[in-house]
Write a protein that binds this ligand. Sequence first.
Ligand code: ADP
Ligand code: MG
Length: 473
Amino acid sequence: MVGHHGDVESTLRTAVAERLGEGRFGLWFGEGVRLGVADDALEVGVPNAFFREWIQGHFATNLIEAAEAVTGRTLKLTFRVADEAEPRVGNLIEPKPADERRKHGGTVPLAPEPQTPPQGERERPRNQARPARRLEDFVTGPCNRLAQAAAVEMVQTSGASFNPLVIHAGVGLGKTHLLEGIGHALRSRNPGLKLVQGTAEAFTNGFLDAMRAGNLGSFRSRYRRADALIIDDVHFLAAKRATQDEFLHTFNALIAEGVPIIVAADQHPRRIARLTDELATRFLGGMVVKLDAPSADTRAAILKAKALARGVDVPNAVIAYIAEHLRASVRELEGALHSLIAHAVLTGKRLDLALAKTALRDTIRHTAAAVGLRDVERAVCQLFEVDAETLKSNSRVRALSYPRMMAMYLARKHTGAAYSEIGRHFGGRNHSTVISAEKKVLGWLRDEERSALLAGFETVSDILAALERTLGT
Ligand code: ADP
Ligand code: MG
């Protein structure tokens, strides 16, 4: 790979961008995707197999043309996949022939949203207070880029590339935002679209009411006449056998007609307890993407975007302060920014670091309760399912040494304990062991190191994020 020949790479990138347009180029050739020339090949470095397949399937000709324009030679296209050893999450389905792509013509009248019963309905009714969130306002970073790209692709192809799209993440990380953005974008592309958009809870209530009232027929047709179906929080269906069966039938009927389906869940479909195998398998038949907690840089970028959207000038030091102290979710970041701005307006004070520290004192103290060495030990042992003695042993097998290094890193980051004290605690090691553990972990984070240590976690930073959630930091 000649990625370090910066000039070749940037010339190539420009040539490719010219052919794809900035939008698509930005989506598929952003950070994490490298271009280089090696012998007679144009080599594309991609983060995972999904990208390879996507780029190969959609942009191969453009890439070869671009390379020809730059080098004057016809190169063959090769890929280097960073996580080739890892199983892939998304399944790519072969695109259907163009005539099957869009079921709806554009002459279909706008159907009313499914009526949701007031009880148990937590979502804001449409046309009130808050306008739908847009895909354009979704700030991307390494934590969510793939999910955002998949959302955009879903809009552009209406399910022809993959169907369904399943977005999963913990709370406050942008699931509903993406779903609303997809709904909004689908509608603006096709105002006549019969879009049915709601929550799994509303689906459940609607189903139960229809059963009670004996008019299942109209309930069914409301969903099954949809041109696009968007259902939020599908984990709500867990353990509701009859509703799941009903949903499965709806799902199958729509998929068979090529109707795009987009759902969000708080877990990977395989990890949602008490979801029937049939439904889990259907969800896995499309593309499954995860939203991770944002990194410090992305947190700062989100805060900047939100401040800008509100027309408030928030100094960088304040952005950095909030991004540093609030890590768990985007919702929490928004909440902090909101209360800070409110504070500034109410007190008439300048919005600066001093004000931020005062205004957010309680929020931050509440989030960052003192963490001790034992808390770190407990969290690590619990997640990796080892006992403390084993964790602290001299074993060098990765299954133990990696968790041990993570424990030391977290201890250093969150407990304020000295290196020597941390070393003593985790098996009588000296301070230089702790320093090198910390370095190692920081390296993993910087390189977005993949990890096969724990099922359900793709990267070291996923694991650390889960541990930090347990620690409440
Ligand atoms: P979830 O449904 O996953 O619990 P939401 O979609 O409701 O989370 O997101 C919580 C809040 O954070 C929303 O106000 C949303 O607009 C905002 N948000 C989440 N991710 C992003 C992002 N990447 N860029 C901008 N805003 C975001
Ligand atoms: Mg949500």
